[in-house]
Design a binder for this molecule. Sequence first.
Ligand code: SF4
Length: 371
Amino acid sequence: LGMPSVPTKLAERRKSRQIMVGSVAVGGDAPVSVQSMTTTRTSDIGATLQQIAELTASGCQIVRVACPTQDDADALATIARKSQIPVIADIHFQPKYVFAAIEAGCAAVRVNPGNIKQFDDKVKEIARAAKDHGTPIRIGVNAGSLDRRLLQKYGRATPEALVESALWEASLFEEHGFRDIKISVKHNDPVVMVNAYRQLAAQCDYPLHLGVTEAGPAFQGTIKSAVAFGALLSEGIGDTIRVSLSAPPVEEVKVGTQILESLNLRQRGLEIVSCPSCGRAQVDVYKLAEEVTAGLTGMEVPLRVAVMGCVVNGPGEAREADLGVASGNGKGQIFVKGEVIKTVPESKIVETLIEEAMKIAEQMEAEGVTS
Ligand code: SF4
């Protein structure tokens, strides 16, 4: 049995300052974290905490809650106290909710100071309150709500417009000596978004929160986010990510986690290496892969399991994995760490793989290897 493979990364991480969002470090050499946002009414404390618990269980590390009303602001203290993961209050326009969120003990606040500049001295007061409480701020520039002045200057939400907006927003806090900031410049077009983050990354040392905004339903949103985050993270850009899907937030966390695992930015958990099947397949690969996945989901060790439909690539892939099967002639050759340990009839493939996986997991756990 081997140790988990040493992650190979695509690029050096961009150097950024580090901030603390509650207990989670963001930026610097901290691991890239996965965020999501609740879809409940924040004022419904029970429902919101329930959803946060589900998100936490699925691996979400930081959660954002919207705060559009006084009732929502009033709920923040309980939610922040009872949540197991840091809670960020998402606030637009209303400075009084920013103060409320800071007082409530939220781990961070998302607010764009440009929106509240019109209120005299409020930016200064927010900077002071945030500094006193050690509360970082996320400046979240979004193509859909770009400052009118910049829209006029650039004609539309170009990467340059998004970056200029973000740096201007940051400067409003910097004027008051406040730099406990992370920044996002979201756009629904991955190409614009990637260019915006590249430019922003070159022009400041703030940690960056990646997002493709309004990415769409699960299938489209997953691909847009994976492509855009993949491009940036493979260049070392990005310190925390949120996949935005028109789907339950737990799905966002699953996608975000998988993106990080795919890039070796996070220890991989269970990984099924299954072939797409083709005319040579001698077994129903889809069904087999699904059954093996279902049987092994929830295992706490990083395990690579190969499920291959025939003997062409089968033995090779199965040998590279911790565990695998290469099917042929109504039988499955079961491999553990490159050795054929037995050949079983097709009907026994799934249970044999699960049995062997359990043995490997026990041994890994005994060696202290967990994902
Ligand atoms: Fe086809 Fe065999 Fe490759 Fe699966 S392993 S895709 S069945 S050639």
